[in-house]
Design a binder for this molecule. Structure first.
Ligand SMILES: Nc1ncnc2c1ncn2[C@@H]1O[C@H](COP(=O)(O)OP(=O)(O)OP(=O)(O)O)[C@@H](O)[C@H]1O
Ligand SMILES: [Mg+2]
Length: 329
């Protein structure tokens, strides 16, 4: 692994290698959307939309404003129901799930809403504690430790625990919201525009944080973002929402190669070109890193072979039996 995961600045310049491809080895999808239609009055937002999300991926959903990305996330959480079609999460049909089943599912996912959405009347501490209090019958001292741990995990100083949301900066609100989304140690994390409104440094730091959480906790992440840097830095696959359904899905480069006006406009404008150059640079860094690792392995092997030969060639009276070698005494 290169340093990108440790250094927020590098994380932006050097996205993680796109390793996750949905194959049969990854098991059944964690989220499975089939033939989904969403209508609000006469307005059709989604039309025959299909999407599968697999364990361990960071799937990013992109699309123009108002194409129904947030609505789609809310449907995955059972907060809204499609007009037609099914949304299965952890193999269960969300629309058919009863209150108890939905509650059980909520124990395994976390959501960071587009607007941060902390309860304004609750302190940071109580906001983060809220899912633990609502969904788990945990003693208060356990909740206390868990809240402080989550705050530390997202890089939010524990001295901010008793502040009200109105007294936090934008970056701190995002971090507190992420701490709340992680409160129940979810398998599945939904992020709606996690870096929107953050300045570039905070945005880089947030990307590095999501990247390390994904790597360390093995989270599956479903993210909506307009920010190309965030998109390229984190996504293992990208799903493009246009014409009311998913018009392209796959690793970044495969999606970029799709000939569609929205894809051209979204990815290949001036911003996209800059981000693409970054992706090229990163591919070169990954290639170079792999070459270095290979070379080191070869050198190590050669050295081991040389030592083995020297031992064989040594005269018997000089050969030291391993049990008498100084390091084994
Ligand atoms: N409860 C609702 N009633 C009526 N229309 C709605 C409702 N919720 C969403 N919509 C409409 O559905 C469309 C999709 O909304 P959504 O918020 O999912 O867009 P989005 O892709 O997330 O956009 P953005 O990128 O701006 O966040 C919009 O036209 C919105 O006005
Ligand atoms: Mg939205």
């Amino acid at each position: 692994m290169n340093d990108a995961t440790k250094d927020p600045a590098k994380a932006k310049r050097a996205p993680p290698k796109l390793t996750m491809m949905p194959t049969e080895d990854v098991g059944p999808p964690l989220v499975e959307i089939d033939g989904l239609w969403t209508k609000f009055g006469k307005t059709v937002v989604h039309q025959d939309l299909n999407l599968e999300i697999y364990k361990g991926e960071i799937l990013s959903i992109v699309g123009g404003s108002g194409t129904g990305k947030t609505v789609l996330l809310r449907q995955m959480l059972g907060l809204e129901h499609p007009t037609r079609g099914t949304v299965k999460v952890f193999g269960e049909d969300i629309s058919a799930a009863g209150a108890d089943q939905l509650r059980a599912m909520r124990n395994h996912w976390g959501m960071l809403f587009q607007q941060g959405a902390l309860y304004s009347a609750l302190t940071v501490f109580d906001n983060i504690a809220q899912p633990m209090r609502e969904l788990r019958a945990l003693p208060e001292d356990v909740i206390h430790d868990a809240v402080l741990l989550k705050m530390t995990m997202v890089g939010l100083g524990v001295e901010h625990a008793y502040k009200m949301p109105a007294d936090l900066s934008g970056g701190m609100i995002k971090r507190a919201s992420l701490a709340r989304a992680l409160a129940l140690e979810p398998q599945l994390l939904f992020l709606d525009e996690p870096t929107a409104g953050l300045d570039p440094d905070l945005s880089d730091a947030f990307v590095a944080l999501i990247h390390s959480l994904h790597r360390e906790l093995g989270l599956t992440v479903v993210m909506v973002t307009h920010d190309l840097d965030t998109l390229f830095a984190l996504s293992t696959r990208i799903a493009v929402l246009a014409e009311k359904h998913v018009i392209a899905i796959g690793p970044t480069r495969d999606v970029l190669a799709v000939d569609h006006p929205f894809i051209k406009q979204f990815f290949l404008g001036a911003r996209g070109q800059r981000a693409l150059e970054v992706l090229d640079e990163h591919d070169e860094e990954v290639r170079q890193h792999e070459e270095d690792v290979q070379q080191q392995e070869q050198e190590q092997k050669m050295q081991q072979d040389r030592l083995a030969h020297e031992r064989q060639d040594a005269p018997p009276d000089q050969a030291v039996p391993p049990e008498h070698a100084p390091e084994n005494r």
